[in-house]
Design a protein around this ligand. Structure first.
Ligand code: DC
Length: 226
């Protein structure tokens, strides 16, 4: 049975488990998952490749960035000028750059427009920093997913180590704290919990616990499992 399109906004800081949880929630509910951080990361990579560093240059040139999002075998791929940059945008440098370009109003205007277009006509689970507060203010369900800085740093550290990226735990923790600060203190759409969002701390939860909690909340709002 087809159900009315719904939207679930999952916001929160780096390393809270948003993408893993959002992906599983989307699968359980038959929705498409959009990782909006990947879009900011792709703009960050573009600015890096062009050597644009100042806010003014970033604001002026974001219109030139040829960004594409495609879904291949259920996985979101990001393209920059036709090249697949899905892996390249995951480096620690790209993370910091994404946080920087995320503070530029012109970048947000362009990406938020793409995100809203994407949400039209079908069910979505979107994760980011401003989905519940700005991108989808009328979302069916809003979640603010977080965890302690130490737990988030440990997760990122393990993730990077598995990919063979050599970074110490202390360095990862410093970057997490810096990125939280940037994301919370920028003037445009700072990361904050929407008033009607449900707060979920994953420090002591398994991925499955967090997914179950969110799916239950979605069911309370009339969304059906597939
Ligand atoms: O979720 P992530 O770690 O991939 O996001 C990378 C950066 O992109 C994050 O530090 C801030 C920015 N971002 C944003 O400003 N707004 C979003 N909706 C998603 C990400």
């Amino acid at each position: 049975m087809t159900q009315k399109p719904f939207s679930i906004a999952i916001d929160g800081p780096a390393g809270a488990g948003k993408s893993t949880v959002a992906k599983a929630v989307a699968e359980a509910l038959g929705a498409v998952y959009l990782d909006t951080g990947a879009m900011y990361r792709t703009v960050g990579l573009f600015m890096h490749e062009k050597g644009f560093d100042s806010i003014a240059d970033i604001a002026d040139s974001v219109g030139e960035a040829n960004i594409g999002v495609e879904f291949m075998e259920g996985r979101q791929h990001m393209f920059l000028d036709g090249a697949d940059v899905t892996e390249a945008i995951r480096s620690p440098e790209a993370s910091m750059l994404a946080s920087k370009v995320g503070g530029v109003a012109q970048v947000r205007t362009r990406l938020v427009e793409l995100q809203r277009e994407f949400a039209q006509g079908h069910s979505v689970v979107m994760d980011g920093r401003d989905i519940g507060t700005d991108v989808l203010p009328n979302a069916t369900l809003k979640i603010f997913l977080t965890a302690s800085c130490e737990v988030r740093a440990e997760r990122r550290f393990q993730e990077l180590a598995q990919k063979g990226v050599e970074e110490s735990y202390d360095q990862v923790l410093r970057e997490i704290i810096q990125r939280d600060y940037n994301d919370m203190h920028r003037e445009v759409s700072p990361m904050r919990q929407a008033e009607d969002a449900i707060y979920v701390d994953t420090s002591l939860l398994t991925v499955q616990d967090a997914v179950n909690r969110i799916v239950e909340e979605a069911e309370k709002r009339g969304v059906k499992r597939v």
